[in-house]
Design a protein around this ligand. Sequence first.
Ligand SMILES: Nc1ncnc2c1ncn2[C@@H]1O[C@H](COP(=O)(O)OP(=O)(O)OP(=O)(O)O)[C@@H](O)[C@H]1O
Ligand SMILES: [Mg+2]
Length: 406
Amino acid sequence: MSVFSAERLEQVEAKDKTKRFEKYTILVVDDEENNLQLLQEVFDGDYEVITAHDGMEALDLVQHHNDREQIRVIISDQRMPAMNGVDFLEQTIPLLPNTKRIILTGFTDVDDIIDAINKGQIYQYIVKPFINEDLRLTVQRALEAYQLEVQNLVLIKELTSLNTSLERKVEERTDALQHSLNSLRNFYYYISHELRTPLTAIQPYIRFLQRGMKCDPPTESQTSHLLVIEDNTKRVMKLVNQILDLARIESQELPTHLQSLLIHSLIRRSVKQLHGLFRPEVEVVLDLLEPEAPVLGTWDDLETVVDNLISNAAKYTETGTVQIKTEIWNSGLRMAIQDTGVGIDVSHLGTIFERFIRVDQQGLAKGTGLGLHITKALVERMGGRIGVTSEKGTGSTFWVWLQLAP
Ligand SMILES: Nc1ncnc2c1ncn2[C@@H]1O[C@H](COP(=O)(O)OP(=O)(O)OP(=O)(O)O)[C@@H](O)[C@H]1O
Ligand SMILES: [Mg+2]
């Protein structure tokens, strides 16, 4: 929907052009009868002229006029008994806010002029004696200015109302989208949860079959088939757990309650548990800060972060070392996991933290491409930062910066 149409502008202008042929009303105020007559003659024929001899009479005329809006211009003499021109014009402002006010002054009195501009919202002052044609032109210009201002007011009003309805629509759509998004999250959370139950139940049976009966050990091909089943069940289980993590991250709008935690025990435990993932040619080196500095985080999130980064280093390193180092850096704790693995081409470095992004690592490992995305979200939720430097063929360093606990 366009906010404002050119067509509408033309309609407003056209409406006003027809009005141009109507006779507008000019109110002329002067205490001298001769002047009143003269002014009437100047405008007669072109405009409807109404006259008053002083401010009080003029105000009365305005108040009781049956079509006040038609009074588009007021011309008033400045020097009048009882109420001067500026004071009179000032009192017409609330009655006729858009009307153009012109003051006639017989003296080039600077104070009068300043007063006229400041108090009376005067469109123009004219020094007497005036030239008829000049006065006619001034009134014409005043009428044009009036029309322009009124048109602008109409357009601004329409624009404001369009804006309001547009904002309301955006709000409604955002609410609807948020609602769909929540339903979608609930849906994949529910599905993952439901998948995990049968998967958990299958795993002990696989182990049971692998062990075999005393009297009936599995054959070689049965063992290899069971390995395939076990491997694939683990992969599905991992994916299900990652989707649950993702749903957990995305649904938590509120910041997590952070605690003071010691990360070294987590690192040691993770290295031990993931031992089987490292190739025999790879040496794991720990270079941990002493004494250890506590960081701000949550236990589950830190565990997932450490596990994901260490398992990546294990998966993508064929030979050499994986070094895990902690140090104080920039008033926080920096954990760096440096490997001598396959490395990542610079063209992929910008995208590896996005969900489902995998880089072909010479068929090294099969993953889902969710690990780093989840890791980054968790680190940032704990107020930390994550980054990587890497060189294809040489190795990578993934680092995590965490806030120190106070
Ligand atoms: N230490 C590393 N060395 C080389 N490449 C890496 C390393 N860590 C991550 N990568 C690359 O970044 C990609 C994304 O990593 P991420 O951990 O998100 O996914 P994944 O390991 O493929 O799968 P999973 O979701 O199971 O962890 C990987 O596919 C891999 O190509
Ligand atoms: Mg991974």
